[in-house]
Write a protein that binds this ligand. Structure first.
Ligand code: PEP
Ligand code: MN
Length: 262
C-alpha cells in the first residue's frame, strides 16, 4: 500500500535513469526483435527521439502457435549488442521461470506480459532476482488482482517493481483493448510503485497511440511503454499499432509540454 512509502518507490537503472521520480521515462521499440538490422535501426531511432529504453520481445506470447514466436536467445544477444552501441537500457519479456537465468546477462528490466500476470510461480521467482521488473495488467485483471500479483514479487524481496496499464478486454471492439486510463491514478493512489502506460496494446491502432500516451501522462503515469518500428507495414508482430519513427519524435515533443520526459 501507499502508506509503506508515502513518497513512492523509485527504480534506478545502471545509467542513472530513475522511474518514479520527476521525469516521465519513455520505453520504445518494436514489438519483436526480428533481425540485427531491424533492431539496430530501431535502437538508433529510439535514441534519436530521446527515449532511454529500448523494448523488443525475444520470447513472444502469440495467440496462434503458427505466428512468429520470437528469436529467443539470439534476440537477447542482439538487444544487448545494440543497447551497448546506442546507450539505451533494455526491457524485454520473460515468459517462464527457465528463461530468467538465461536473460539476466543481456537485459536491464524484465517485462511480465499481460498473459503471465497471474503466472504466480513466475512472479515468485522474479521476487528472488534483484533486477527490475515491469509487470503488466492482465487482459481481464481487476485492480485488486494487479495489486495481489505485485505482492508475489514484492514479498520475495524485489522492490524494483513497476506496474503497467496496457488495456483491458471490454465489449468494445473498435479498439483492440480498452485503455483504462483511470487505472493509472487509482494505482498511484493505492500503491507506492511507479505506474506506466502502454497505449500501443491499449488501443492497437497507431494513430490512437499518441493521444492515449498524452492522456496517460496527464493522468499521472511515471512512464510509457510504446511500440515503434522502422517499417511498421513489414512488422512480424503488432505492426498496426507500431508508431512510425517520426510519430515517436513528434510525440516526445508533445509530451514535453506536459512533463519533463526522458
Ligand atoms: C508486448 O509488449 O509486446 C506484449 C506482448 O504485451 P502484452 O503482454 O501487454 O500483451
Ligand atoms: Mn506487442
Amino acid at each position: 500500500g501507499r502508506s509503506f512509502r508515502p513518497g513512492g518507490t523509485t527504480v534506478t537503472f545502471p545509467n542513472g535513469v530513475v522511474v518514479g521520480g520527476e521525469e516521465v521515462v519513455v520505453m520504445a521499440g518494436p514489438c519483436s526483435v526480428e533481425s540485427r538490422e531491424q533492431i539496430l535501426t530501431s535502437a538508433k531511432q529510439v535514441a534519436a527521439a530521446g527515449a532511454k529504453f529500448l523494448r523488443g520481445g525475444a520470447f513472444k506470447p502469440r495467440s496462434s502457435p503458427y505466428s512468429f514466436q520470437g528469436m529467443g536467445l539470439d534476440g537477447l544477444k542482439l538487444l544487448r549488442e545494440v543497447s551497448e552501441e546506442t546507450g539505451l537500457l533494455v526491457i524485454t519479456e520473460v515468459m517462464e521461470i527457465s528463461q530468467i537465468e538465461l536473460m539476466l546477462p543481456y537485459i536491464d528490466c524484465f517485462q511480465v506480459g499481460a498473459r503471465n500476470m497471474q503466472n504466480f510461480n513466475l512472479l515468485r521467482e522474479l521476487g528472488h532476482v534483484r533486477k527490475p521488473v515491469l509487470m503488466k495488467r492482465g487482459i481481464s485483471a481487476t485492480i485488486e488482482e494487479v495489486l495481489l500479483s505485485a505482492e508475489y514479487i514484492l514479498s520475495g524481496g524485489n522492490y524494483n517493481l513497476m506496474l503497467c496499464e496496457r488495456g483491458i478486454r471490454t465489449y468494445e471492439t473498435y479498439t483492440r483493448n480498452t485503455m483504462d486510463i483511470s487505472a493509472i491514478p487509482v494505482l498511484k493512489k493505492l500503491t507506492h510503485l511507479p505506474v506506466l502506460g502502454d497505449p500501443s496494446h491499449g488501443v492497437g491502432i497507431r494513430d490512437l497511440v499518441p493521444p492515449m500516451a498524452l492522456a496517460s501522462v496527464a493522468a499521472g503515469a511515471d512512464g510509457l511503454l510504446m511500440e515503434m518500428h522502422p517499417n511498421p507495414d513489414k512488422a512480424m508482430s503488432d505492426g498496426a499499432q507500431s508508431l512510425y519513427p517520426e510519430q515517436l519524435q513528434n510525440l516526445m515533443a508533445q509530451l514535453k509540454l506536459l512533463a519533463p520526459v526522458v
